[in-house]
Design a binder for this molecule. Structure first.
Ligand code: PGA
Ligand code: ZN
Length: 426
């Protein structure tokens, strides 16, 4: 039974307002949840409700969403008994009544949904990953660390948004973090030596101006080797170019470097060349969300060799995912709670993916908080890999720290996913 629910306007890691909810159960259990916010968002994501009042935070305030929780949602759910997560989430979805949570805002609904999960787990005295995933939650993920930031996440000349390392050759999560952070620190000295900037972008990766997009991969490979690891064998590369941001009149515009336009076919060739040339195990949003034909071509071309993940393409939405499944598009889906707006719908999307042999890649947003919900979610569904920043910035490393706590708690029943986390990678 929910006794009290209260929302506040707080700040995310970019200094933009976001929603926090504090929730109390009848038995006195108190919990808190905070929602993240994206910059390179998919068009079909659930509505992130912002005030639009230019006099406050440049229009980015969330007092409307907060008000919906405190005035409307609270009245409807306080004093009510919800038997489980599904019961509460579908009650709120019906109350909102829109297909994309436009009435209350996904930021309002998700904060309540996450706070309820946490409260229920605390009340039952079980860890959050177990509340969400049951007693078979055992798999610790490969941390895909975004060590070079470009695109909309940094003010440099790199077109592609995320260059990640995957330290899959470790034997435990803790060791994979150590390997990843060692490469991150080594990359700093590699960049310094070349006279490049070592300032970081939104997700904690370095954000230097480089000679080309290829050079981002090359400096990372140099850092992996210099840190004492074998590229491909122990540490591989994952990419999220966030290609929807480059989509321009049916072509792809290298909008930060040369300004050149590339056709969809040529983009697929570019990725094919990169996959042949570099130890890449995962490519997310290699093409734009409105280029479904290209996506089919991309999947047919490289999907047998590496994991091909849809982020903006699917928006954690099971309806869009089923379209992808029936068309044979991608072989994995990015999972972001706030793209869909409740914990239950997120779990449903994950269930659909698994039933159809798609992988699930759990993700933070570029605007984050210190809430580590996604760390527990990743273990809950045995997703095997997640992306949540690089080796710095408190809001990113908090997720890694939570995963290290979970690994410790699971003890010998914990298993590290390793290379098998990546669909079709060898
Ligand atoms: P976003 O970026 O959080 O800014 O949307 C993350 C991503 O594209 O994966
Ligand atoms: Zn993405």
């Amino acid at each position: 039974k929910i006794k009290k629910v209260e929302a506040f306007e707080i700040l995310d890691s970019r200094g933009n307002p976001t929603v926090e909810v504090n929730l109390m159960l009848e038995d006195g259990t108190l919990s808190r949840a905070m929602v993240p916010s994206g910059a390179s968002t998919g068009e079909r994501e659930a509505t992130e409700l912002r005030d639009g009042d230019k006099k406050r935070y440049g229009g980015k305030g969330v007092l409307k969403a907060v008000g919906h929780v405190n005035k409307t949602i609270a009245k409807e759910i306080e004093g009510k008994c919800f038997v489980n997560q599904r019961d509460l989430d579908y009650f709120m979805i019906d109350l909102d009544g829109t297909h994309n949570k436009a009435k209350f805002g996904a930021n309002a609904l998700l904060a309540v949904s996450m706070a309820f999960s946490r409260a229920m787990s605390q009340s039952a005295n079980i860890p959050l990953y177990q509340y969400l995933g049951g007693s078979n939650a055992y798999l610790l993920p490969v941390p895909c660390m975004n060590i070079i930031n470009g695109g909309r996440h940094a003010d440099n000349n790199v077109d592609f948004q995320e260059f990640m390392i995957a330290p899959h050759g470790a034997t435990s999560f803790k060791e994979s973090i150590r390997m990843g952070v060692e490469v991150f620190h080594t990359l700093k000295s590699v960049l310094k030596k070349k006279g490049y900037s070592t300032g970081v972008g939104d997700e904690g990766g370095f954000a230097p101006d480089l000679k080309s997009n290829d050079e981002a991969v090359e400096v990372i490979l140099e850092a992996i080797t210099k840190a004492g690891y074998k590229p491909g064998k122990e540490v591989s590369i994952c990419l999220d170019p966030a290609a929807s941001e480059m989509w321009d009149e049916g072509k792809y515009k290298l909008f930060k470097s040369t300004g050149k336009h590339i056709s969809s076919d040529d983009m697929v060739k570019l990725w094919e060349n990169w996959v042949n040339q570099y130890p890449i195990v995962l490519l997310e949003d290699g093409l734009a969300e409105n280029d479904w034909e290209g996506w089919k071509n991309l999947t047919d071309t490289i999907g047998g060799k590496i994991e091909v993940v849809g982020d903006d393409l699917f928006c954690t939405n099971k309806k869009i995912l089923s379209e992808g499944i029936s068309k044979g598009v991608a072989n994995s889906i990015l999972i972001k709670l706030n793209q869909i707006g409740t914990v239950t719908e997120t779990l449903e999307t994950i269930e659909l993916a698994y039933k159809n042999s798609y992988n699930c890649f759990v993700s933070h947003r570029s605007g984050e908080t210190v809430d580590s919900f996604i760390a527990d979610l990743t273990v809950a569904v045995n997703a095997g890999h997640l992306k949540t920043g690089s080796g710095c910035r408190g809001e990113r490393v908090e997720k890694f720290n939570q995963l290290m706590r979970i690994e410790h708690q699971l003890g010998k029943t914990a298993q590290f996913a390793g290379i098998n986390a990546f669909k079709n990678a060898k």
